[in-house]
Ligand binder design. Sequence first.
Ligand code: URA
Length: 235
Amino acid sequence: MKESLRLDRYLSQATGMPRSHALTHVRGGHVTVNGALVRDVATHIRVDADVVLLNDQPVQPFRPLVVALYKPPGVVTSTEVGASQTVMELIPQALRHRDLAPVGRLDRDTSGLLILTTDGALNHRLTHPKRHVDKVYIADLARELAPNAEERLARGIVLDDGPTLPAKLERLGPLRVQLTLREGRFHQVKRMMVALGSAVLQLHRARVGGLELPADLAIGQARVLTEAEIALLTA
Ligand code: URA
């Protein structure tokens, strides 16, 4: 969290209101900082120290929002309103902060754990290729993989956008595998499986970092993560 923020940004991030509304409130004389009326939106607020009131109500120092969604298949990972249903439409209205953004993407037909956050730094940490955050997928395959698949994946295989980092394959059945990746490229699991000779029929993400898909989430449901769960993401 930044230590100090411009007043309009602070109000916007704390409440989810657009900055233009924050500006109207400040100019309208609705906002005090440490008991003094402030009409300058450029005033800097020390996030952990200053007391900001909007219409006499405290504006809590904001905490970034981190949400887990059990994404169903058939929903696109996008914040844009379009013809298809998006993951944003599954987020409860109260959590639809305008800065809430998905952490990476799951394909339309993939189900499982999708994290969304207003915390740009956390988003970056979880998606940056150099950070190597584990992602665990369960894939149902059209064909059984050859006996050397574990070894090939552990060494890294070459895709059309370059070699993959070592990945761990565990067989859960003849046509069901668990794959742990440390990167997140476009259609990566599907392309890796095709390179090993099988199409993916169904794909599910079971874990991001150290966080399993929360067992209390039904498919299509989302909720705010606890501090302990957030810590697991980067553990
Ligand atoms: N790999 C894929 O191929 N698709 C996903 O949705 C996620 C990882």
